[in-house]
Design a protein around this ligand. Structure first.
Ligand SMILES: Nc1ncnc2c1ncn2[C@@H]1O[C@H](COP(=O)(O)OP(=O)(O)O)[C@@H](O)[C@H]1O
Ligand SMILES: [Mg+2]
Length: 301
């Protein structure tokens, strides 16, 4: 049993009022517009390729079994999104992904009234859809969202597992299968853009980083179609560049970038040109840095 029943009785008057409103509404109105059948669009059609790096698959399964909200922490392009797609497939649950951005409002998450020919109609936002019908809801790059937007997830992340739709006067009780997952890049945080402690402390966290050499080469070869020895050279270049992080580079070369370079090579682009386009040029404008990275490339190709 996920929900703490006694919690409801000690809960705030406002929430109790919402709950009463919801109960009344449920008695007088049919369920919301979207039907559970719509969830098929959120099901993974095929098994996503995911190469486990440590015990993250088992840890996720354990976290899901108690519906613990999870935070996937790590630099961009290291496999966080792929991992959650894979886990949704493995658990057989729909996955609702929300790419967070600064302009996102609470209504973009929970829903809004729309005007149409027949009057006004409520439309659930993606968070409401996930909570109502039992999806894994993945908020990608959550620090990009404003803090006043992020707080709408709070009631879903504690024992209440509720989502108040204040404008509609409805209180959604999360479906038993619902889980919330966020991704978070610790390198990007600043005082202005970070998660509140009150948000962070609602989540368990899994650390992600670039995989160890042989595993990363396997991933690059699989995803880009290059031979394993070429993939290994790309990973060597990636590792060289990662050592420059903090010494002129803000971020290391991601696995995603190595895959781009490999994809160009497998399309017939010469390795030197492919690495310049996919690895060196995007990551820095500094001429000395570019020279340093170009020479790392020529060491391996
Ligand atoms: N462990 C892994 N198994 C399979 N593919 C991976 C793995 N790690 C990274 N990738 C590849 O790297 C790409 C970028 O990963 P992604 O999940 O989009 O990164 P993030 O969400 O951390 O920014 C993916 O599209 C996938 O091809
Ligand atoms: Mg991602």
């Amino acid at each position: 049993m996920m929900r703490n029943e006694t919690f409801m009785r000690t809960y705030s008057p406002r929430q109790e009022a919402l709950a009463r409103a919801a109960a009344q509404q449920a008695a007088t109105q049919p369920a919301a517009a979207a039907s559970p059948a719509d969830m098929s669009q959120y099901m993974m059609k095929a098994e996503p390729y995911y190469r486990a790096v440590a015990d993250e698959v088992e840890l996720y399964e354990a976290a899901y079994s108690v519906r613990m909200p999870l935070m996937l922490k790590g630099p961009t392009g290291c496999g966080k999104t792929r991992f959650v797609e894979y886990m949704a497939w493995k658990l057989g649950k729909p996955l609702v992904t929300i790419a967070c951005n600064e302009d996102m409002t609470a209504s973009d998450l929970v829903g809004r009234f729309l005007l149409d020919a027949s009057g006004t109609r409520w439309q659930d936002g993606p968070l409401a859809v996930a909570a109502r019908y039992g999806a894994i809801c993945y908020l990608d790059e959550v620090v990009e969202a404003r803090q006043d937007t992020t707080v709408v997830i709070h009631p879903l992340t504690d024992a209440r597992r509720m989502l108040p739709l204040e404008k509609k006067g409805e209180l959604i009780e999360a479906h038993p299968d619902f889980q919330i997952v966020i991704s978070y890049n610790p390198g990007y945080q600043s005082l202005m853009k970070d998660l509140k402690q009150s948000t962070k402390q609602r989540f368990g966290a899994l650390d992600f980083s670039y995989p160890e050499h042989d595993i990363e080469a396997e991933i690059v070869a699989h995803e880009s179609g290059v031979a394993l020895d070429v993939a290994k050279n790309l990973v060597h270049i990636g590792e060289r560049a990662r050592n420059l992080k903090g010494h002129g580079l803000d971020e290391g070369l991601s696995t995603r970038m190595l895959i781009y370079a490999g994809s160009l090579i497998s399309k017939g682009v010469a390795p030197l040109a492919a690495c310049r386009v996919a690895l060196v040029r995007p990551i820095t404008d500094d001429p000395d840095m570019r020279d340093a990275l170009d020479s790392a490339v020529t060491t391996y190709f």
